[in-house]
Design a protein around this ligand. Structure first.
Ligand SMILES: Nc1ncnc2c1ncn2[C@@H]1O[C@H](COP(=O)(O)OS(=O)(=O)O)[C@@H](OP(=O)(O)O)[C@H]1O
Ligand SMILES: Nc1ncnc2c1ncn2[C@@H]1O[C@H](COP(=O)(O)OP(=O)(O)O)[C@@H](O)[C@H]1O
Length: 200
């Protein structure tokens, strides 16, 4: 890939802070990470609905959806997953600049890739939400039948089966979807946003 040259940053006259003030809440990314079937999509969808209902401006980026468009040229090799997460970090950064509480739901299995996104966004605007769920429980749920295919050898390099998932070390929030209900998980994240002053 060639790098762009002769490009100059052009500032806007409306700042992120002004957008946040108009919205009446701060902006940040809620970075959901966890195994396939752990509940990233389910929890982020329910959480976004609740946030929207209380007047928070949101947008949700989901692995399956983004891989249909922006990242349709990427597969599941380690290099492609890294590029997937790099692009999502950049898109999330733009959305946070636009004043949105941005919810991303990607397996994002590599710590280094998540930490790169954290560094890009900055500590205050990157909230890592570890969707913790045992691989056994995810496999039992198998909402898309992918674990079955992975066990049968029809999918190679499936996260948790024959590809790694590196657990977060110090996530801002952990939800345990094999122990908590969906409603409890959503509430844990809302409590965090309120306690840390992101939303009123
Ligand atoms: N090999 C392999 N490993 C893991 N997942 C696979 C694979 N092949 C396809 N899928 C489907 O792709 C979804 C994961 O995409 P992500 O963009 O979140 O993955 S990653 O962050 O780049 O690792 C994942 O969606 P979720 O189940 O929502 O996590 C799967 O439906
Ligand atoms: N407490 C829970 N929280 C979230 N999802 C749950 C819970 N209990 C069962 N589920 C089910 O687990 C599955 C999670 O799938 P999904 O949200 O697509 O996960 P992911 O996006 O991480 O792949 C769904 O079928 C959901 O209904």
């Amino acid at each position: 890939m060639s790098e762009s040259t002769n490009i100059v940053w052009h500032d806007s006259e409306v700042t992120k802070q002004e957008r946040q003030e108009q919205n009446n809440h701060k902006s940040a990314v809620l970075w959901f990470t966890g195994l396939s079937g752990s509940g990233k999509s389910t929890v982020s969808v329910a959480l976004e609905k609740e946030l929207h209902e209380i007047g928070v401006h949101t947008y949700r980026l989901d692995g399956d959806n983004v891989r249909h468009g922006l990242n349709k040229n990427l597969g599941f090799s380690p290099e492609d997953r890294t590029e997937n997460i790099r692009r999502i970090g950049e898109v999330a950064n733009l959305m946070v600049d636009a004043g949105l509480v941005t919810l991303t739901a990607f397996i994002s299995p590599y710590r280094e890739d998540r930490d790169r996104a954290r560094k890009l966004l900055g500590e205050k605007e990157f909230i890592e939400v570890y969707v913790k769920c045992s691989v056994e429980a995810c496999e039992e749920r198998d909402p898309k039948g992918l674990y079955k295919k992975a066990r049968a050898g029809e999918i190679k390099g499936f996260t948790g089966i024959d590809a790694p998932y590196e657990e977060p070390v110090e996530p801002e929030v952990t939800i345990e979807t094999d122990k908590q209900t969906l409603e409890e998980s959503v509430q844990v994240v809302i409590d965090h946003l309120q306690q840390k002053g992101y939303i009123g």
